[in-house]
Design a protein around this ligand. Structure first.
Ligand code: PNS
Length: 157
Protein backbone atom coordinates (compact mmCIF):
# COMPACT_ATOMS: atom_id res chain seq x y z
CA UNK A 1 0.00 0.00 0.00
CA UNK A 2 1.26 3.48 -0.90
CA UNK A 3 0.82 6.35 1.57
CA UNK A 4 1.14 10.06 0.92
CA UNK A 5 2.43 12.17 3.80
CA UNK A 6 1.39 15.69 2.74
CA UNK A 7 2.41 18.92 4.41
CA UNK A 8 4.21 22.24 4.30
CA UNK A 9 7.42 21.04 5.99
CA UNK A 10 8.71 24.61 6.38
CA UNK A 11 11.04 23.20 7.65
CA UNK A 12 10.97 19.47 8.38
CA UNK A 13 11.23 18.78 12.15
CA UNK A 14 12.21 15.71 14.17
CA UNK A 15 8.47 15.24 14.75
CA UNK A 16 7.88 14.92 11.00
CA UNK A 17 10.83 12.56 10.75
CA UNK A 18 9.35 10.40 13.51
CA UNK A 19 6.10 10.03 11.51
CA UNK A 20 8.02 9.35 8.28
CA UNK A 21 10.19 6.62 9.82
CA UNK A 22 7.23 4.90 11.45
CA UNK A 23 5.13 5.27 8.28
CA UNK A 24 7.88 3.57 6.29
CA UNK A 25 7.56 0.52 8.54
CA UNK A 26 3.81 0.33 7.98
CA UNK A 27 3.50 1.00 4.24
CA UNK A 28 5.23 -0.41 1.15
CA UNK A 29 5.99 3.09 -0.01
CA UNK A 30 5.65 6.53 1.56
CA UNK A 31 5.65 9.69 -0.54
CA UNK A 32 6.42 12.86 1.40
CA UNK A 33 4.52 15.47 -0.60
CA UNK A 34 5.37 19.14 -0.12
CA UNK A 35 2.45 21.41 -1.00
CA UNK A 36 3.18 24.24 -3.45
CA UNK A 37 1.00 26.84 -1.79
CA UNK A 38 0.97 30.24 -3.53
CA UNK A 39 -0.98 31.75 -0.59
CA UNK A 40 1.84 31.31 1.92
CA UNK A 41 5.19 33.07 2.29
CA UNK A 42 7.43 30.27 3.52
CA UNK A 43 10.88 30.54 5.09
CA UNK A 44 12.26 28.02 2.57
CA UNK A 45 11.32 27.49 -1.08
CA UNK A 46 9.70 24.19 -2.05
CA UNK A 47 13.00 23.12 -3.66
CA UNK A 48 14.96 23.93 -0.49
CA UNK A 49 12.44 22.00 1.62
CA UNK A 50 12.59 18.99 -0.70
CA UNK A 51 16.38 18.99 -0.44
CA UNK A 52 16.24 19.27 3.37
CA UNK A 53 13.82 16.33 3.55
CA UNK A 54 15.84 14.20 1.09
CA UNK A 55 19.00 14.75 3.11
CA UNK A 56 17.11 13.72 6.28
CA UNK A 57 15.71 10.47 4.90
CA UNK A 58 18.64 8.92 3.01
CA UNK A 59 18.45 5.88 5.33
CA UNK A 60 14.93 4.98 4.13
CA UNK A 61 14.62 3.15 0.81
CA UNK A 62 10.84 3.00 0.50
CA UNK A 63 10.53 6.76 0.67
CA UNK A 64 10.12 9.37 -2.05
CA UNK A 65 10.03 13.14 -1.69
CA UNK A 66 7.99 15.18 -4.15
CA UNK A 67 5.91 18.33 -4.45
CA UNK A 68 2.34 18.83 -5.55
CA UNK A 69 -0.18 21.55 -6.34
CA UNK A 70 -3.92 21.57 -5.72
CA UNK A 71 -5.92 18.96 -3.89
CA UNK A 72 -4.10 16.30 -1.90
CA UNK A 73 -6.60 13.58 -2.84
CA UNK A 74 -6.09 14.32 -6.54
CA UNK A 75 -2.36 13.97 -6.09
CA UNK A 76 -2.91 10.73 -4.15
CA UNK A 77 -5.01 9.33 -7.00
CA UNK A 78 -2.37 10.37 -9.53
CA UNK A 79 0.26 8.47 -7.51
CA UNK A 80 -1.98 5.40 -6.94
CA UNK A 81 -1.85 6.00 -3.20
CA UNK A 82 -4.64 4.70 -0.99
CA UNK A 83 -3.67 6.43 2.25
CA UNK A 84 -3.06 9.97 3.49
CA UNK A 85 -0.77 9.83 6.50
CA UNK A 86 -0.96 12.55 9.15
CA UNK A 87 0.54 12.94 12.60
CA UNK A 88 -1.51 13.87 15.65
CA UNK A 89 0.32 15.65 18.45
CA UNK A 90 -2.25 17.04 20.85
CA UNK A 91 -6.02 17.22 21.18
CA UNK A 92 -6.16 20.61 19.46
CA UNK A 93 -4.71 19.03 16.28
CA UNK A 94 -7.56 16.58 16.22
CA UNK A 95 -10.35 19.04 15.38
CA UNK A 96 -8.63 20.41 12.30
CA UNK A 97 -7.29 17.03 11.21
CA UNK A 98 -10.67 15.34 11.55
CA UNK A 99 -12.30 18.11 9.52
CA UNK A 100 -9.63 17.71 6.85
CA UNK A 101 -10.05 13.91 6.82
CA UNK A 102 -13.83 14.24 6.44
CA UNK A 103 -13.43 16.84 3.68
CA UNK A 104 -11.01 14.57 1.84
CA UNK A 105 -13.42 11.66 2.23
CA UNK A 106 -16.15 13.70 0.48
CA UNK A 107 -13.70 14.34 -2.36
CA UNK A 108 -12.72 10.69 -2.72
CA UNK A 109 -14.08 7.81 -0.68
CA UNK A 110 -11.32 5.52 -1.97
CA UNK A 111 -8.64 7.33 -0.03
CA UNK A 112 -8.33 6.78 3.72
CA UNK A 113 -6.66 9.09 6.20
CA UNK A 114 -4.48 7.25 8.72
CA UNK A 115 -3.32 9.10 11.83
CA UNK A 116 -0.20 8.25 13.76
CA UNK A 117 0.20 9.61 17.28
CA UNK A 118 3.39 11.64 17.27
CA UNK A 119 5.92 10.29 19.78
CA UNK A 120 5.50 11.94 23.17
CA UNK A 121 8.84 13.75 23.07
CA UNK A 122 7.74 15.70 19.96
CA UNK A 123 4.16 16.44 21.01
CA UNK A 124 4.92 20.17 21.42
CA UNK A 125 6.95 20.49 18.22
CA UNK A 126 5.94 22.27 15.02
CA UNK A 127 7.71 24.10 12.21
CA UNK A 128 6.24 27.36 13.57
CA UNK A 129 7.73 26.72 17.04
CA UNK A 130 11.12 26.08 15.42
CA UNK A 131 10.96 29.34 13.44
CA UNK A 132 9.83 31.32 16.50
CA UNK A 133 12.79 30.07 18.58
CA UNK A 134 15.30 30.68 15.78
CA UNK A 135 13.95 34.18 15.11
CA UNK A 136 14.91 35.12 18.67
CA UNK A 137 18.35 33.49 18.32
CA UNK A 138 17.50 30.36 20.33
CA UNK A 139 18.95 26.95 19.57
CA UNK A 140 16.89 24.53 17.47
CA UNK A 141 19.57 21.82 17.39
CA UNK A 142 17.36 19.43 19.38
CA UNK A 143 14.28 20.04 17.21
CA UNK A 144 15.35 19.57 13.60
CA UNK A 145 17.98 17.52 11.72
CA UNK A 146 21.50 19.07 12.01
CA UNK A 147 21.71 20.29 8.39
CA UNK A 148 18.27 21.91 8.68
CA UNK A 149 19.35 23.75 11.85
CA UNK A 150 22.33 25.15 9.91
CA UNK A 151 20.00 26.33 7.09
CA UNK A 152 17.74 28.00 9.65
CA UNK A 153 20.59 29.83 11.42
CA UNK A 154 21.85 31.14 8.07
CA UNK A 155 18.36 32.39 7.20
CA UNK A 156 18.04 34.33 10.46
CA UNK A 157 21.58 35.82 10.46
O1 PNS B 1 1.85 20.84 7.14
P1 PNS B 1 0.46 21.39 7.03
O2 PNS B 1 0.51 22.85 6.63
O3 PNS B 1 -0.36 21.15 8.27
O4 PNS B 1 -0.27 20.58 5.83
C1 PNS B 1 -1.58 20.88 5.44
C2 PNS B 1 -1.93 20.16 4.11
C3 PNS B 1 -0.90 20.50 3.04
C4 PNS B 1 -1.94 18.68 4.33
C5 PNS B 1 -3.35 20.63 3.69
O5 PNS B 1 -3.43 22.03 3.74
C6 PNS B 1 -3.73 20.17 2.29
O6 PNS B 1 -3.96 19.00 2.07
N1 PNS B 1 -3.77 21.13 1.34
C7 PNS B 1 -4.04 20.86 -0.06
C8 PNS B 1 -5.43 21.36 -0.47
C9 PNS B 1 -6.48 20.32 -0.14
O7 PNS B 1 -6.41 19.18 -0.53
N2 PNS B 1 -7.51 20.77 0.61
C10 PNS B 1 -8.63 19.88 0.99
C11 PNS B 1 -8.44 19.30 2.38
S1 PNS B 1 -8.84 20.49 3.61
Amino acid sequence: MIAIYPGSFDPITLGHLDIIERGCKLFEQVIVAVLRNPNKTPLFTVEERIEQIRTSVRHLDNLEVASFKGLTVEYAKQRNAQVLLRGLRVLSDFEMELQMAHTNKTLSDKIETVFLATSNEYSFLSSSVVKEIAKFSGSVDHLVPKHVAQDIYKRYL
